[in-house]
Write a protein that binds this ligand. Sequence first.
Ligand code: NAD
Length: 292
Amino acid sequence: MSALKTIGIVGAGQMGCGIAHVSAAAGYKVHIYDLSQDRIESGLATINGNLAKQVTNGKMTEEERKTALSLITGSANLNDLAPSDLVIEAATEEEAVKRKIYAQVCPVLKPEALLATNTSSLSITRLASATDRPEHFMGIHFMNPVPVMKLVELVRGIATDEKTFSTAKAFVASLEKTVTVAEDFPAFIVNRILLPMINEAIYTLYEGVGTVDAIDTAMKLGANHPMGPLQLADFIGLDTCLSIMQVLHDGLADSKYRPCPLLVKYVEAGWLGRKSGRGFYDYRGEVPVPTR
Ligand code: NAD
């Protein structure tokens, strides 16, 4: 365990639930906040299901599952984040949304509490400027699915102090994950490399070079990727993929990062991938069916 005891999480989506899961499994008290009680309930149900899966897979005992679950609470009341030693914001990848959250959350927190963002791409320095504690703010970027993926990128903003960084590092180590340190440039390391590859796969589909199945099979068997790029895009969430490409395009001002129009179209249709039931695959039946 690190010096932290209570972890607050903003956003009960795929990432917030994953971070809550691994934090509770490591013995931290966790409180999740989201906009509605419905989202909290569905998040807690997801965590419950994922913890149960780990028992089935022999990764944790039934006793450990029960203990982890008992450490997690959730509510749609922001004030319940007040006891947190560290709040990790894992809300929708939109700068305006995150800024609004910091404006509401900061006044509720203890002055010494740390605030971190799980953003995949946005500037940590710019987000920090929307808080009352830039020196206590940084990026702690978990990978999806959090209980499975070993890596966490740590990103300092210009003002992040050493104690904040070392506390975050100890926290990540206590979750038995490996840290990699990235500088504060658009999309950091993993997504700077991964998202242009996914965007290129979508262009390959858009230009008719191959079908969804052909592209994913090609990359799985031809490049030894465990998942095809379109399957991975659906898994990440197409809205998140588009936001990251927009951040790369705006932040690096290079046309090689322009988001594929087909990605834009899918997001406009509300076809966001697994989380909405349809993306490059349709997940509403027994097995995923390519949508192109
Ligand atoms: P998601 O769409 O599954 O969940 C986002 C959650 O944020 C939703 O439950 C939504 O209700 C909540 N939210 C939105 N506005 C809010 C507000 N004002 N207050 C409280 N909650 C609010 O998204 P996700 O995939 O969990 O992504 C969350 C963050 O994690 C993003 O910054 C994303 O870039 C980052 N991330 C995503 C992945 C991935 O693979 N999906 C990987 C690493 C990091």
